[in-house]
Design a protein around this ligand. Sequence first.
Ligand SMILES: CC(=O)N[C@@H](Cc1ccc2ccccc2c1)C(=O)O
Ligand SMILES: [Mg+2]
Length: 374
Amino acid sequence: MKLRGIELRRVSMPLVSPFRTSFGTQTKRDILLLKAVTDDAEGWGECVALADPLYSSEYVDSQVDVLRRFLLPKLASPEGQAAIARSGAAAVAGLLHPFKGQRMAKAAVEMAILDAELRGLGRSFGRELGAVADRVPSGVSVGIYDSVPQLLTVVQGFLDAGYVRIKLKIEPGWDLVPVAAVRERFGADVPLQVDANTAYTLRDARHLAKLDEFDLLLIEQPLEEEDVLGHAALARQMATPICLDESIVSAQTAAAAIALDACQIVNIKPGRVGGYLEARRIHDLAAAHGLAVWCGGMLETGIGRAANVALAALPGFTLPGDISASDRFYQTDITEPIVMADGHIAVPAGPGLGVTPIPEVLDAVTTSAEWIPF
Ligand SMILES: CC(=O)N[C@@H](Cc1ccc2ccccc2c1)C(=O)O
Ligand SMILES: [Mg+2]
């Protein structure tokens, strides 16, 4: 496979409604898309970095910069071209390993090259990754609201839409009361979990343990991302399973967290861990230790969303993910909308991602595009 170049494209997409979490309120998404052009096909990658370094240390301008100055020149070098010609996308992580961190940029470029490679081979992402299902259950992430009645109206809407699992964002001051209200209104059988996005400390352990009465599936990332020992201590003080998100940035950090009993469940996000191939390694590692995993979301467009559906079809993804339909976040997606049918989303069967951007829609939301020839 000969890589001719990569196009860096920024798109700006308004959210259908403000999405508030413990780290702020988002009303639009500033997204970096990559298009890899090879002799055989074009492939697409999506960088999940936010505009600001509020979820992780990456932010979209930093990922553009590191791609332009370091990552793409390395892939374009004679060494890079030879390795990619020989091994395709499987060579990317090794080539980029000398550059520390920047996992969301690395994930996006590996994804674009993998998509081009698979389209050229006529193989789907699902087939390549090891999907064992042709549809996956769809959960939904619900933000923080100004009032409980407002929250209950939103949850009712998502349950009516058919989402099979509800995830509530929580933060100090918005946790026990909204969770109790959802349980009270919708009953004990609705699969329910919470996500704190690192908002608590170990001093909150006794408070967080009060969540145990609500029979939650898990509590996601209660403490800050580097506090692996704190999560292990918290796990000993509450019954609700601890799930890590921000803390798990690679198979290595997953292995450490599992060995330290810092988590019983892992939220896998390919963009956070450096790509779909590393995501599969984490899936395999978790399965070897008997841990359930599920696929998290970063408000991806249909590009990232389609790839996440394929990943979520692997056997170890036994909990519903945050792979909602496109209309959870976007009025108009840049691909054919990803839709949910009785609580499930079909795994795309076409070559590569199985979806491609719709040119006129993509152009309408594009704020910049830059071709980087190899
Ligand atoms: C679906 C979900 O809750 N995702 C992340 C948090 C998150 C929240 C807000 C975001 C806004 C713009 C881009 C990515 C974002 C990710 C999580 O699981 O922790
Ligand atoms: Mg999370």
